[in-house]
Design a binder for this molecule. Sequence first.
Ligand SMILES: [Zn+2]
Length: 203
Amino acid sequence: MISLIPSPDTVLQMLKRTGAFREGHFVYPTGKHSPHYFQMPLAFRYYDTARVLAVALSRKFRLERDISSQLPKIAVISPSSGGIPVAFGVRDALSAEQIYWAEKEANGKRMFRQYVNQGEVNPCIIVDDIIRSGHAIEETLGLVKELGARVLGCGAIVRFTSAPDKLEDVPIMSLVEFDAHMYDDETGCKDCKKDTPAEHVRF
Ligand SMILES: [Zn+2]
């Protein structure tokens, strides 16, 4: 079964082909500079690509006895809108019973979009499209624990290697582990030194 999971190179090629992974000279809204840019929803606009990525991630979860033995009484949870297509794809592949997603409120606090009560959320896996800092998935873990649910697994299509590789004792699965280069401003940026024109990106 493990052989049905595409290699990190294959996944990166899919992300490149769909425009979800680009190389160049980018400036983020935070002012940070980087030679690469991920906009994962561009990969998820194509149903076939979305399905291949979500099914691949779901296989990693299915290999975990603690998860497969509890199916279908599992919830798949996305920390943000970006993870919703991943959550639906993984839910579908696992035939998991529940799906939830969180959003950031105007006050900056992350909340579940669904009104849910203590004890209503099945043991869960948290999935996102990309884990850059790990803050979103950590905040979601906090929400899940407040609701009294157990986190059995978590994962994303891409995880930056600068982000944590586990949440408490739960390892973070991913299809690609990416060593992202980020510069706080133009002073350290190699592309600024070469006077390469920069593209300002929204996310
Ligand atoms: Zn730069």
